[in-house]
Design a binder for this molecule. Structure first.
Ligand code: PXP
Length: 238
């Protein structure tokens, strides 16, 4: 299982003082040295953390891969087509939310998502859709030519009690199997951490995880190198 690191929080910290440190680009380059498989950033419409300068510098400097999380809106699609990340992950975006709160509703927004995928494909960018572990959403993603789905793991991460945790993990497992059968790549993310990865890693259909908060929070205490290496050990443990 590959592990890509989301560095949005570093930009949040930088922006807290309106200065230049800590720099998310420098941070991403260090994370690459410690072995992550890719860097993830979310360029939000309100630019609350990552900005265009970060995305363009990352594009120029990182040597693994860039996964640009974004809403399916024209302004951001234009930037993506210009920057050319290896992967664009389409996410829903609400101004008031603290973080992404759920998956894209591919079925309800099919026309818009289809056209975003087409524009990104025309610029030779692979497209992933961040969706709930729901068979109908996965079928819709395949129908409109998504390359990859990223399964929203927030419900698994928030589940309390053995039974709930098992049920949510099962939902993810079934969704991942279904997506693989349809020929889609399968990523996953949101709320994954050092504890809940232990069981999660057994889902062999999941190619890649995108993790931010847990790893950056741990890095504050033990340093980035150790935080990354511990997560790599978990993601490689199956
Ligand atoms: N995947 C997507 C689509 C996200 O929006 C986020 C949160 O930015 C993540 C993964 C990572 O979530 P977390 O920070 O909880 O690891």
């Amino acid at each position: 299982m590959r592990f890509c690191l989301n560095v949005d929080h570093i930009a949040t910290l930088r922006n807290a003082r309106g200065e230049t440190q800590p720099d998310p680009v420098t941070f991403a380059l260090m994370a690459e040295q410690y072995g992550v498989d890719g860097i993830v950033v979310h360029l939000r419409e309100d630019r609350r953390h990552i900005n265009e300068r970060d995305v363009r510098l990352l594009r120029e400097l990182i040597t693994t891969k860039l996964d640009l999380e974004m809403a399916a809106v024209d302004d951001i699609i234009n930037i993506a087509c210009d920057v050319q990340p290896e992967l664009a992950t389409l996410v829903p975006e609400r101004r008031q939310e603290l973080t992404t709160e759920g998956g894209v509703n591919v079925i309800d927004d099919i026309k818009n998502i289809r056209s975003a995928i087409k524009r990104l494909h025309d610029s030779e960018i692979s497209v992933s859709l961040f969706i709930e572990p729901d068979i109908n959403q996965i079928d819709a993603a395949a129908e409109i030519n998504a390359d990859i789905i990223e399964i929203h793991t927030g419900h698994y991460a928030n589940a309390v009690g053995e039974e709930d945790i098992y049920d949510e993990l099962e939902r993810v497992r079934i969704a991942a199997k279904h997506a693989k059968k349809l020929g889609l790549g399968v990523n996953a993310g949101h709320g994954l951490n050092y504890n809940n990865m232990k069981e999660f890693v057994a889902i062999s259909e999941i190619d890649e995880v995108s993790i931010g908060h847990a790893v950056l929070a741990r890095a504050v205490f033990v340093g980035l190198e150790q935080a990354i290496k511990e997560m790599i050990a978990l993601t490689r443990s199956r």
